[in-house]
Design a protein around this ligand. Sequence first.
Ligand code: NDP
Length: 449
Amino acid sequence: MTDILKQIEDKDPGEKEFHQAVQEVIETVQPVLDRNPQYRQDAVLERITEPERAIMFRVPWMDDQGQVHVNRGFRIEMNSAIGPYKGGLRFHPSVNLSILKFLAFEQVFKNALTTLAMGGGKGGSDFDPKGKSDNEVMRFCQSFMSELFRHIGPNTDVPAGDIGVGAREIGYLFGMYKKLRNEFTGVLTGKSLGWGGSLIRPEATGYGSVYFAAEMLATQNETLEGKTCLVSGSGNVAQHTLEKIIELGGKVVTLSDSSGYIYDEEGIDTDKLVFVKRLKNIKRGRISEYIDKYSEVVYTEADTSLAYNPQWNHKADCAFPSATENEINAKNAANLMKNGVRLVCEGANMPCTPEAINIFLDKKIQYAPGKASNAGGVAVSGLEMAQNSMRLSWTAEEVDRRLKMIMKSIHQTCLDAASEYGEPGNYMAGANIAGFTKVVNAMLDQGLV
Ligand code: NDP
């Protein structure tokens, strides 16, 4: 087992996020390999950790002053054993091969858990849309798509949004794809409603994460009613997590962005959420501006010199990290335990470090890994693909009903797989084992390709 990890580390040194994601899966699927000796002979670990294809390309674009810039574009087509590659595009300065390989790897198992026919992929660029004009973002998206279009298609690879890629970016990307291919197909998900998007897609990841948390609580005869929750981020996932928690009677007291976080002891209610949505989605402002309107609230600036993030050091029952990877380290995890948190549900991808996860597992609190709990977004993307193929749209109620059903089924699948392998209640083990087994069996059915 460690030999394989060492080989991967030696082959691609420096890809620490990718190594972290691979290590977690390799460790938890060990009993599956022991039970199926053929898997080792068929080198399934070596195969599943190697992308089927990794595309990297130059993205030149011109700013409003006529200055040319060059960014790097990527698409990692990780695994297509159970369907076309599917996974978001991230535009953020931190994007590199390691981050996209980790996200694509996670996506393979996540998509398998949704029960829909989707392989795994991820892509993006180190371009930073923050502070750019709409025209600059459009020119960048057009340049990005003028290369990506060769590699994607509704039956090949279907990208979506992620950090820095929302409805605006998906629109520009789709427009360029359509022009280059001269066809109107469901090649991207997260489209606007008027031209092929699905109702509930923007809400799906956050709603799905809260549905998953509600299922976890139900196993202990509890609900979200009256629970105090810490949410990080203030983008798509955070906003809709907050919205659903309010609807289910919980109270959210924090939100953040990369500059800092707010602590609103009274709770962020529906009116305040409307303000946040306008601030973040239309004005594209900073979360610090929340205190301009709600002056009794405390804003704390991010301080990377601290060993912990004070956002995770408040009294609460549940935590929903929904910003970015590795935002909860061991110190933050210890603070969560100290403050009474008994459920951590990942809205972001890999927001907890391995050391933090070990603390949750040791303390036997309920912990949901993102590949299970944030799968609602890609699940509704899968439903968007289905609607596009049929050229019809389901109602919001219908999509929400299916989303709830899928989250319930993922929750049960995790519990069943964990119990089958002697880890009852361990959602991380369950998610990895169930996703891994499904994909590996499909790969073996399809021969050595
Ligand atoms: P958005 O771009 O809408 O929001 C991201 C939020 O996280 C922003 O508030 C952003 O702040 C904050 N953030 C980003 N990077 C950092 C950082 N390094 N430190 C602190 N805060 C940071 O993205 P999403 O809400 O879509 O995605 C959030 C997470 O959820 C990501 O991990 C993503 O991969 C995951 N996810 C998203 C899905 C979706 O459907 N959108 C599906 C499944 C998972 P700022 O504005 O300052 O950058």
